[in-house]
Design a protein. Structure first.
Length: 218
């Protein structure tokens, strides 16, 4: 099954993509994770992307499209995938369609995770992670046993720089301006399926399983 996950920051795309890819054996490609890794390693891509990410802006299409093009051409996605965080602009969506045609890939569904803005700000203000083992925490729903320290290895927890509240509001604004048009694009192709993601992760996962159930054979 080949899926695109759409939705504003903090709507749970990454959380649900990890669960669904583990359950169905799909490749999970998160452009946000790829870019953060590039920033951490100080690669040329990371150096170019860092300032955009800190401000909550999208990195230029030319930088990110090449990354996905290489993944699609590698054949690693042949057995099914979830694209989490790509496409995010109309030029990216159109470039993705061209890649799929060129490589004989069908997109089965674009899943849209819907969550109101105030819940998004609440979730992202409470998000922390362990820099060593990447375990995620969320205050107050999933707090560590010792405040500020990872349960698994005791490392000091960190926040993503773009989870600072003013940056979150900018990310939301950027989503509405640059990414929301893609919802219409996929709706017109009859590929869009909306999931109410403003409930517990387990209930969202149930709805996701239901939404994607009939798509594997298309
Ligand atoms: P990216 O990392 O993709 O950020 P995002 O879309 O803003 O996604 P998040 O990771 O913040 O949210 P999510 O929807 O995955 O939610 P999550 O599951 O993590 O991109 C970062 C930056 O990279 C962009 O701003 C841009 O600069 C750049 N970039 C990336 N892709 C790009 C592209 N294609 N083009 C250009 N630039 C690009 O959950 C969030 C929190 O909520 C977690 O703490 C989680 O535990 C909690 N949570 C999850 N589900 C629930 C639930 N149901 N109930 C309560 N809490 C929940």
């Amino acid at each position: 099954m080949n899926l695109v996950f759409l939705g504003p920051p903090g709507s749970g795309k990454g959380t649900q993509a990890a669960r669904l890819s583990a359950k169905l054996g799909l490749v999970h490609l998160s452009t946000g994770d790829m870019l953060r890794d590039a920033v951490k390693k100080g690669t040329p891509l990371g150096q170019q992307a860092e300032a955009y990410m800190k401000r909550g802006e999208l990195v230029p299409d030319a930088l990110i499209v090449g990354l996905i093009e290489a993944m699609v051409a590698s054949g690693d996605m042949k057995s099914g995938f979830i694209l989490d965080g790509f496409p995010r602009t109309m030029p990216q969506a159109e470039a993705l369609d061209r890649m799929f045609v060129k490589n004989g890939i069908n997109l089965h569904q674009a899943v849209l995770f819907s969550v109101p803005d105030d819940e998004i700000v609440r979730r992202l203000s409470g998000r922390w992670h362990c820099p060593t083992c990447q375990t995620g925490y969320n205050y107050p729903a999933a707090m560590p046993d010792v405040a500020g320290k990872c349960d698994k290895d005791g490392a000091l927890l960190q926040r993503r720089p773009d989870d600072e509240e003013s940056v979150v509001w900018n990310r939301l604004e950027v989503y509405k301006r640059q990414t929301q048009p893609i919802e219409i694009y996929y709706r017109q192709k009859s590929l869009l399926r909306e999931v109410n993601a403003n409930r517990s992760p387990d209930l969202v996962f149930e709805a996701l399983m239901e939404a994607t159930a009939a798509k594997a054979t298309r």
